[in-house]
Design a protein around this ligand. Structure first.
Ligand code: KE4
Length: 423
């Protein structure tokens, strides 16, 4: 690591907890120090020491069109010239709501917020308000932002009850959070047998991208849909990552599932702070001020963020997602083959423009499997790739992301770097 990043990080550590404004950026999982980024264009980052990287993190998902996209940047610049926040409705809020609803048939209404955390927190409150029930079922290894109810760790042997996953979360809050292993429909059925009448919602990442990349096994999502309908619970699809990435219509379009509520973030803001939750009109009309379930936000619907989101979705509507999936799969399979030839155990699941190198002898189908991977090998891989200008997510529990502007040259350079890695 060069001097300027190190100097900035040392100063940041005096002023900001851990020197970062979001923990994973600290690169603790890969025994590294964070790079401070000066600018980004296309799929390339330049750090404050002038070094360039090919970016496979894409700000954790939003930058699917690449950084500094001409249309998105122009839209933000134009919006900035009209003022940065009104605290009142603006035309682009209506236009972005219309664009999101048009893209996902399960949506009849949507509310804009400022982050994925706000979106999932609000969706859960709505589900609880609509059903009059308190319990929520989530899956071990799925991340839905840092609202208290979701920061639950597996509790007693009972397997379904939770304990706080972090200091500061009251036991009383997570007492209503049930946990089940991802892809384990039997465990979900057991949860419903015991607590079905108390369950307000099941919340799931339809493709789990916070324990690496774990794909839903055949029947899993369909089973969740069937059980929630049977017991009168709401099915919440957390599409903060998969929305407009798994397909233009999200994972729900890809897998043909009709959730009751969907949460968004990342891509719908085009890199500016936007989240959203939406769903059937009968539910969404229970959100204040139309209904009684309270939710609010000073900067919700911010005109710059709306302009960035609109420009992004407008461009994505014209993109060839199938071609991007093919390019991503081809790159990931070539990367897998290179690593296999080095004699390390490697799995390389892909879906759409996402990929994940698991250093594991067996496929990863849940969080226990993800924990069982060889994270020391991942750390070595991460460090050697970064030293060659390839910027991967600094954790074996994150997912690699490809944009529409990654070129064959970018893929070739990443593969050349992988050839030079030694374990
Ligand atoms: P934000 O509050 O960070 O905008 O969104 C929370 C969230 C909700 N749901 C899913 C499925 C998510 O993946 C996220 C946030 N994703 C992480 C990366 N996997 C954000 C990175 C970070 O925490 O810095």
């Amino acid at each position: 690591m060069d001097d300027t990043s190190r100097q900035l990080f040392e100063k940041a550590c005096q002023l900001i907890p851990g020197g970062v404004n979001s923990p994973v950026r600290a690169c603790h999982n890969v025994d590294s120090l964070p790079l401070f980024i000066a600018e980004a264009h296309g799929c390339h980052l330049k750090d404050v020491d002038g070094r360039e990287y090919i970016d496979f993190v894409l700000s954790w998902g939003p930058m699917i069109l690449g950084h500094d996209d001409t249309d998105v940047t122009a839209a933000v610049r134009a919006a900035a010239g009209r003022g940065t926040s009104y605290g009142a409705p603006c035309p682009d809020e209506v236009a972005l709501a219309e664009a999101v609803i048009a893209a996902l048939p399960s949506l009849e209404m949507v509310r804009m917020v400022n982050s994925g955390t706000e979106a999932t927190m609000s969706a859960l409150r709505l589900a609880r308000g609509v059903t009059g029930r308190n319990k929520v079922l989530k899956f071990v290894g799925c991340y839905h932002g840092h609202a208290d109810p979701f920061l639950a760790a597996a509790g007693s042997g009972v397997a379904t009850f939770s304990i706080p996953g972090t200091p500061g979360v009251p036991e009383a809050v997570v007492a209503d959070t049930l946990l089940a292993p991802y892809n384990d429909l039997e465990a979900v059925q057991e949860c419903f047998k015991r607590h079905g009448e108390e369950l307000a919602a099941v919340i799931v990442e339809p493709v789990a991208a916070n324990m690496g990349l774990v794909l839903p096994e055949a029947g899993f999502l369909e089973g969740l849909r069937s059980l929630t309908s049977q017991y009168g619970s709401l099915l919440i699809f957390d599409e903060v990552i998969t929305g407009f990435r798994a397909a233009f219509g999200g994972a729900q379009a890809r897998f043909g599932i009709d959730p009751d509520l969907t949460t968004f973030g990342k891509i719908i803001g085009g890199g500016l702070p936007v989240g959203a939750f939406g769903g059937k009109r009968c539910y969404m009309e229970q959100v204040a001020p139309k209904g009684a379930v309270y939710q609010a936000g000073t900067l919700s619907g911010n005109p710059l963020a709306m302009a960035a989101g609109l420009a992004t979705l407008g461009k994505l509507a014209r993109q060839d997602y199938s071609a991007l999936e093919t390019r991503t799969r081809s790159f990931a399979e070539a990367l897998r083959d290179i690593l296999q030839e080095k004699g390390v155990p490697i799995q390389m699941p892909t879906l759409a423009s996402m990929f994940c190198p698991y250093f594991s002898e067996k496929p990863v189908r849940n969080f226990d499997d993800a924990k069982g991977c060889n994270h020391a090998l991942f750390t070595s891989f991460y460090k050697q790739m970064r030293a060659q200008g390839i910027y991967l997510a600094p954790s074996g529990y994150e997912t690699g992301m490809v944009s529409f502007v990654h070129s064959e040259e970018d893929f070739s350079r990443a593969l050349e770097a992988a050839h030079k890695v030694s374990f």
